[in-house]
Write a protein that binds this ligand. Structure first.
Ligand code: PLP
Length: 404
């Protein structure tokens, strides 16, 4: 048996974020140990046999499990309020693991059309294995209902979505899924459990890109699936063992330590984002701001109810420009910045700025982009921890230049 951390029952989220994991080793280290080992030694051949046959819980081989990875998994599960979690090599590997573990040829997925671009591509790629996906408007519940088929096994949403911060009603989707014997998967990358806990609203599986806010400082690629431990052990763990999209212990350790500061980082970044969003909304060169914390956001009330009253740290906005100048106007604002990092990553303490239509959503067709609202004059900013006045000045430099 792998022992548990001893904590009083019902400790709060911030305590779990710092304390949950595994008990320290014989050396009594206070900071969690990084176990860089590919395999584990057994006392004798019979014990090894039992452990390989899953008759005795122990660490065997780091493609299956590893103490540092398990610390991250237990901590993230505790924060999400799920009984299980499995670390994966990336956020995309988390989605791959779910599809491989839960679906077979003939099964059907209903997915928001506003999910991460690579998620759309991955689900479409599964058509060649006989798994079909219908893409629907994230915010139009009627489309989700209409897309349900007898073999629908998964509903897949990402809320708020990237980059337009569309918010869907997690509880309503979970009720729809469960009434039809399907599972709801929620990509909780933008809010993280610091702001939103989808499992408490009926979601069955939660996908994370640990690359984003969980690490929080742009250092590693990582991912995880949180959900019921029986489902993870019976359906996902066997795929992990054979397919090997395993999380490296080093990356797990970075994410583990990132979880300790997740809540204070994301709240501070969200405060800055709200201030910037308000400023952008008043600017004459901005025709639209997408930010769930603004009352002008179409799902503001729902977002506030689901996200602990906090909008998150990602803002998108449209630069006012005629159609034939749309891309040039966006590039002008991006290129005028001197502090923001021009990169498609997000969730970093460094503010990042990107042009979704030519980066994260560049592989989609123009028709897919149009239907998802990814216009050429759209800019996404993932607000970091710099002085907010400096980021504001950085954005206004370009916007003031194109202001009418
Ligand atoms: C980045 C991202 C992913 C993919 O995560 P990787 O760690 O890059 O594989 C999935 N969903 C969302 C919302 C993301 O932002």
């Amino acid at each position: 048996m792998i022992p548990k951390t001893e904590l009083p029952a019902d400790v709060g989220l911030d305590t779990l974020a710092v304390r949950e994991g595994l008990p320290p080793s014989a050396w009594g280290e206070n900071s969690e140990a990084l176990y860089l080992t590919s395999s584990f030694v057994h006392p004798d051949a019979a014990t090894a046999a039992r452990r390989f046959a899953n008759e005795e819980e122990a660490f065997v081989y780091s493609r299956f499990s590893n103490p540092t990875v398990m610390m991250m998994e237990r901590r993230l599960a505790a924060m999400e309020g799920t009984t299980g979690c499995i670390g994966t090599a990336s956020g995309m590997a988390a989605t791959l693991l779910i599809v491989m573990g839960l679906l077979k040829a003939g099964d059907h997925i209903v997915c928001s059309q506003s999910v991460f671009g690579s998620t759309i591509r991955l689900l479409q790629d599964f058509a060649k294995f006989g798994v079909q996906t219908t893409f629907v408007s994230q915010t139009d519940f009627g489309q989700w209902q209409a897309a349900m088929q007898p073999h629908t096994k998964l509903l897949y949403a990402e809320t708020p979505s990237n980059p337009l911060t569309e918010v869907c009603d997690i509880r309503a989707l979970s009720e729809l899924a469960h009434a039809r014997g399907a599972l709801l998967v929620v990509d909780n990358c933008f809010c993280s459990p610091a702001l939103q806990r989808p499992a408490t609203m009926g979601a069955d599986l939660i996908v994370h890109s640990g690359t984003k806010y969980l690490d929080g400082q742009g250092r590693v690629i990582a991912g995880a699936v949180c959900g019921p431990s029986e489902l993870i052990d019976s359906k996902l763990m066997p795929v992990m063992r054979s397919a090997g999209m395993s999380l490296s212990p080093f990356n797990a350790w970075v994410v583990l330590k990132g979880l300790e500061t997740l809540s204070i980082r994301l709240k501070a970044q969200s405060e800055r984002a709200l201030q910037l969003a308000r400023r952008l909304e008043e600017h004459p060169a901005v025709s639209r701001v997408y930010y769930p914390g603004l009352p002008s956001h179409p799902q503001h009330a729902l977002a506030m109810a689901q996200q602990s009253g906090i909008g998150g740290a990602v803002i998108s906005f449209v630069v006012r420009a005629p159609d034939d100048r749309a891309r040039a106007a966006a590039f002008g604002v991006i290129d005028a910045t001197r502090i923001c990092s021009i990169t498609a990553n997000l969730g970093d303490t460094k503010t990042t700025i990107t042009h979704p239509a030519s980066t994260s959503h560049g592989r989609l067709t123009e028709a897919q982009r149009q239907s998802a609202g990814i216009v050429q004059n759209l800019i996404r900013v993932a607000v970091g921890l710099e002085d907010v006045a400096d980021i504001e000045a950085d954005l206004l430099r370009g916007l003031d230049a194109v202001a009418p």
